[in-house]
Design a protein around this ligand. Structure first.
Ligand code: ADP
Length: 266
């Protein structure tokens, strides 16, 4: 496919959006959504207008992470066309399949349906003027990734992994996909999440539960930027579950880490 000509079309689809950053992982459960949400908040803290699109159609987590479960977006009329207005929470414009369908309704769509739902997040959502649209991708490599890069001009990809071998192997595949000729999206860098754990009563100890420096080494091997490590911190998990991501309610060290990623990504 001629990605470039598609990208030109894409440009006209989101004319008010200056940068599109995808956050991806090879494997599920490594903290991709957590990084996407906190990256969006860190960019917003820096003064940018930011949107967060939850493209994880099969496992949407934005409604829980932003505390907007059960909320329904409004519709508006733009040049005679009905458009969905993104929900706004913590200063971020949000869209997720979880805001449009009943939570108990498991998403069992086939690939093409999921891809077309995602296209509607681009064509039928009134994103307006944004400095950054952060996209929380589904884990892995597949149809949805291809659809997305062929629909909109993606600025770059942030890859999230844990230091564990299985996660690294999958991260490598993800990087190869974005880097490869079919997609050809620049890699902004790799984030190593859940790097170690430090118990409160042993503040000088680091326990490398998922192995040590795996993500860092992978970034070095592949010659892509390494954005840094995030430890396992209880408040990150709690913030995600309670609708107040770590950037807003967490510890200073965590906030600094996310601010650091945001300044590199920007
Ligand atoms: P993914 O999007 O890769 O599936 P999530 O971001 O949903 O992963 O994270 C999976 C779970 O792990 C969530 O409950 C989240 O709050 C938690 N989590 C993610 N990163 C951390 C971390 N650094 N410390 C503690 N918990 C984390």
């Amino acid at each position: 496919a001629n990605v470039n000509s598609n990208r030109k079309d894409g440009k006209s689809l989101l004319p008010g959006v200056k940068n599109i950053i995808v956050v991806a992982s090879g494997k599920g459960g490594v903290g991709k959504s957590t990084v996407a949400a906190n990256l969006a908040l860190a960019l917003s803290e820096g003064g940018a207008k930011v949107g967060l699109m939850d493209a994880d159609i099969y496992g949407p987590s934005v409604p829980i992470m932003f505390g907007v479960r059960g909320h329904r977006p409004m519709m508006t009329n733009v040049d005679g066309k009905g458009m969905i207005v993104p929900l706004e929470k913590h200063g971020i414009k949000l869209m997720s399949i979880g805001l449009l369908i009943d939570e108990k309704q498991a998403v069992v769509w086939r690939g093409p349906m999921a891809s077309s739902a995602l296209k509607q997040f681009i064509t039928d959502v009134h994103w307006g003027e944004l400095d950054y649209l952060v996209i929380d991708m589904p884990p892995g490599t597949g149809d949805i990734h291809l659809t997305l890069v062929q629909t909109v001009p993606v600025t770059g990809a942030v890859i999230v992994t844990t230091p564990q071998d299985v996660a690294l192997a999958d991260a490598k595949k993800g990087i190869a996909m974005f880097d490869g000729p079919q997609i050809n999206v620049p890699i902004i860098g790799l984030v190593e999440n859940m790097s170690y754990f430090t118990p409160a009563e042993l503040p000088n100890n680091k326990y490398y539960i998922f192995g040590k420096d795996g993500g860092k080494r992978l970034a070095e091997d592949l010659e892509i930027p390494f954005l840094g490590q995030i430890p396992i911190v209880q408040s990150i998990r709690e913030g995600g579950d309670e609708g107040v991501p770590a950037m807003l309610g967490g510890e200073d060290a965590t906030k600094l880490a996310f601010m650091g990623f945001a300044s590199t990504a920007a």
